[in-house]
Design a protein around this ligand. Structure first.
Ligand SMILES: Cc1cc2nc3c(=O)[nH]c(=O)nc-3n(C[C@H](O)[C@H](O)[C@H](O)COP(=O)(O)OP(=O)(O)OC[C@H]3O[C@@H](n4cnc5c(N)ncnc54)[C@H](O)[C@@H]3O)c2cc1C
Length: 381
């Protein structure tokens, strides 16, 4: 539950709370999280108390009512810590909440939004399948009407938070051949989740496979009460999520560059700190320039988002640039650390592995490049 004091704070005071939480609780407990292999439950509780599950929802439905620009500024703060922490509430704030807010029926909004904002109802977004990855419209999961119910059958994979979510938003093909979206309680008979044996990055917040076998849900679980709108719903969540992923890449790059700078200032070779070598300065200086370019890009998109329609191509461009930038900055930071970047448990190589996934989910980089190239006549015309 959100601490009532949090709701009284103006934005700058709230940002300071999140900055302190990041510096004093999240970052110091990263090693503990890595050893445990999961985010400690009391930290998830603190995230809920501080309102991190509520940052994208308006006050009228129990959220904190921050603008998209403010959400991005907050994301720059908490993603200076492990991206795994953020992924614990990412599906609730980005993909799922925005779909329900914009397209849910009154009853669906009434039932889910407040508990989501409080962190009491965690949602996952189940779109991807073996044959429907970048081509998300190739979904094969079916939802067949049977009286007052739908019966859902299919297999989903790579679903963030699915193993501990309360509710899954499942995308399935209805009898009209169109994709529709459904709210499915994870405890419904026929729903099973499985965690992978190994993750390359995001190891403490693994994605899950989801089997849906004869899963019966009432017709009132069809989001918006109409079939055929699944991909419209997905895109609404995805634009919000891509904005946050780009901001996450900036937060992660900020931390990796800070760590590299501090190390370069202390470590001496050839009688001087690494930071005095021109080649090291070049890596650090260039990284800062690229980091600031990414930060400016996503803030500018967020402001346009706040003015009305999400600028989807500019969001895609920022997501593409920022996530690639974070990988490059991370790679340079590992280089500055030398062997320490490869051997042992320094946070930089862990974060470098974590940011690698950002170039694949919410649209692989090459898919964004293709879409942007196709849209150039409109964008530049
Ligand atoms: C950590 C993580 C979390 C995730 N969380 C979720 C989630 O919560 N919910 C969910 O539904 N899904 C989730 N996903 C799935 C993610 O959205 C997919 O992995 C992504 O869409 C890519 O699909 P794919 O992995 O099947 O790769 P593929 O589609 O097989 O693509 C592989 C590669 O081929 C290239 N490629 C593909 N298509 C094109 C094209 N048109 N043009 C040029 N190149 C192309 C790209 O280089 C791409 O990286 C997650 C994935 C990861 C890794």
């Amino acid at each position: 539950m959100i601490d009532p004091q949090i709701r009284t704070l103006h934005f700058e005071a709230y940002r300071q709370v999140i900055r302190n939480f990041t510096d004093n609780e999240l970052i110091p407990r990263e090693n503990e999280m890595v050893s445990a292999g999961e985010v400690p439950a009391d930290l998830v509780q603190r995230m809920a108390e501080l309102g991190l599950f509520a940052i994208t929802l308006p006050v009228r439905v129990g959220g904190l009512g921050w603008t998209v620009e403010q959400q991005v500024m907050l994301t720059f703060e908490f993603t200076r810590s492990s991206a795994v922490y953020r992924s614990r509430f990412s599906t609730s704030i980005g993909l799922a909440s925005q779909i329900l807010l914009e397209y849910g029926t009154d009853a669906q909004r009434e039932k889910y939004l407040k508990p989501m904002a409080e962190g009491e109802c965690v949602m996952a977004f189940a779109l991807t399948e073996e044959h429907a990855g970048s081509d998300a419209s190739a979904v094969r999961t079916t939802a067949i009407r049977d009286g007052d119910d739908y019966v859902i059958d299919g297999e989903k994979r790579y679903i963030t938070n699915a193993a501990w979510a309360d509710v899954l938003i499942v995308f399935a093909r209805t009898e009209d051949g169109e994709i529709s979206s459904f709210l499915v309680d994870r405890e419904t008979p026929g729903v099973e989740t499985r965690l992978p044996e190994l993750m390359n990055g995001h190891a403490e917040g693994p994605v899950a496979e989801v089997s849906l076998r004869g899963v019966r849900v009432g017709a009132d679980r069809l989001i918006g009460g109409a079939t055929g709108l699944g991909m419209v719903h997905a895109m609404r969540g995805i634009n919000q999520a891509r904005t946050h992923v780009a901001a996450t890449a900036v937060g992660q790059a900020t931390r990796m560059l800070t760590e590299a700078m501090e190390y370069a200032g202390k470590r001496e070779q050839f009688g001087q700190p690494l930071a005095e070598f021109g080649a090291v300065q070049s890596m650090l200086g260039r990284s800062y320039a690229e980091l600031e370019a990414g930060r400016a890009m996503i803030l500018d998109c967020a402001r346009e988002f706040d003015r009305g329609t999400p600028p989807r191509h500019r969001i895609a461009a920022a997501k593409l640039y920022c996530t690639e930038m974070a990988s490059v900055v991370g790679d340079r930071a590992v280089q500055v650390l030398g062997g320490v970047g490869i051997v042992g448990n320094h946070p930089v190589p862990r974060m470098w592995r974590d940011v690698r996934a950002l170039r694949i989910y919410e649209g692989a980089s090459q898919v964004h490049e293709r879409n942007l190239a196709r849209a150039l006549p409109t964008l530049l015309g």
